[in-house]
Design a protein around this ligand. Structure first.
Ligand code: HEM
Ligand code: MG
Length: 331
């Protein structure tokens, strides 16, 4: 159980990715799509299996090929998600809901139920998906997208740029504080929510436009990715491998005051005193959080299951090994 991480891709040049070999196709019965527009579009263009069920290795390679996501970041996000939402026995993850294609799941409390699973990776205050408490946490929500369009028109000159990202991120958090008594904005969601607000600017703007200095995402293109899992005609990926850049993340986080925490069930937002866990660096706190979640899902694994979990935990650690001490819950 557990497979090695594929090596970084060699050709990281700007190039056509909505090509003849990767046409958009409509969904078939049973195909899984979920809360992540990046992965949804890769599946609908055949860069990932069109079923929406994939191995972590396939995901690491597809996000590099399709968007030029930098290998280390791809490894971090993919194995974080795989540990909490994937099936370690079959090495398969649904990018949406439960699917028979992921095979026989390990016994409870393990879930192996896909990226739609609330409260593991998927969380509150998403840009275009509702909070689980308030509705559907994985499908495109037109009301929210209209809000995003309004904000982009007001502060982004009609495009989704960092200013629009900053406003949308803030309004989504305010809305969740006001209306979702279960709102959780603690680690890891406190980190992923900002990263995801920046991803569309980093990865969905055509690489040729980016090299010409474009910093805003066209809203029709954005809708294509978010609603239809579809890349625009002739879409070229960016020309350099990257993740959410620090400058853009810092801008979005600094635009308003944010505190990691949660609503306490009676309409009061309270700070999370244990935000950093035992760590001093944010990325290590995120790493620790996902390891702890994994242990709650697999309290005492044996045999092949334990082997697979250890392999996937080792793979996850590769993404942070230069900065964090390894946590080895099963050694
Ligand atoms: C959201 C997983 C890569 C763009 C999400 C969510 C998950 C997820 C679970 C839901 C979080 C939430 O909003 O509650 C992953 C995994 C990846 C990956 C496992 C593997 C590397 C990417 C890439 C892109 C991307 C490469 C862009 C090209 C987004 C965006 C959202 C999101 C924009 C926020 C959607 C919204 O708030 O409406 N992702 N993602 N992701 N992902 Fe990904
Ligand atoms: Mg969400």
């Amino acid at each position: 159980g557990g497979q090695p991480i594929p090596k970084p891709i060699k050709d990281t040049s700007l190039k056509l990715v909505n090509d003849k070999k990767h046409p958009w196709k409509p969904l078939r019965a049973g195909d899984q799509r979920g809360p992540c527009p990046g992965l949804n579009a890769l599946a609908s263009h055949g860069w990932l299996p069109r079923s929406g069920v994939a191995t972590p290795g396939e995901i690491v390679t597809a996000v590099q090929n399709g968007y030029n996501m930098e290998w280390t970041r791809a490894v971090l996000v993919t194995y974080a998600a795989f540990l909490v939402n994937g099936n370690p026995l079959t090495n398969l993850l649904s990018i949406g809901g439960m699917s028979w294609l992921t095979g026989h799941a390990p016994p409870p409390p393990a879930l192996a139920s896909g990226l739609n699973t609330h409260g593991t990776f998927e969380g509150d205050a998403s840009l275009t998906r509702s909070d689980a408490f308030l509705g559907d946490n994985h499908s495109f929500n037109e009301t929210l997208f209209q809000q995003l369009i309004d904000i982009s028109n007001k502060v982004g000159g009609g495009k989704y740029n960092v200013s629009a990202a900053a406003e949308m991120r803030f309004q989504r958090v305010q809305d969740s504080i006001a209306r979702n008594p279960n709102f959780n904005f603690a680690n890891p969601r406190f980190n992923t929510a900002f990263i995801e607000a920046v991803f569309p600017i980093v990865f969905f703007i055509d690489g040729r436009l980016q090299e010409a200095g474009e910093t805003g995402l066209d809203l029709d293109v954005m809708r294509g990715f978010f609603q239809d899992h579809r890349m625009p005609k002739d879409f070229h990926r960016r020309g350099t491998p990257t993740g959410a850049s620090d400058s853009e993340l810092d801008f979005v986080m600094a635009a308003h005051d944010y505190v990691p925490g949660f609503n306490n069930g009676s309409g009061t937002f309270v700070a999370d005193p244990n935000f950093m866990g035992t760590q001093t660096e944010t990325v290590c706190a995120l790493y620790e959080k996902f390891v702890n979640s994994t242990v709650s899902l697999y309290p005492s694994p044996h045999g092949d299951l334990r082997k697979a979990l250890n392999k996937n935990l080792d793979n996850f650690y590769v993404a942070v090994e230069s900065r964090c001490d390894q946590i080895k819950p099963y050694h």
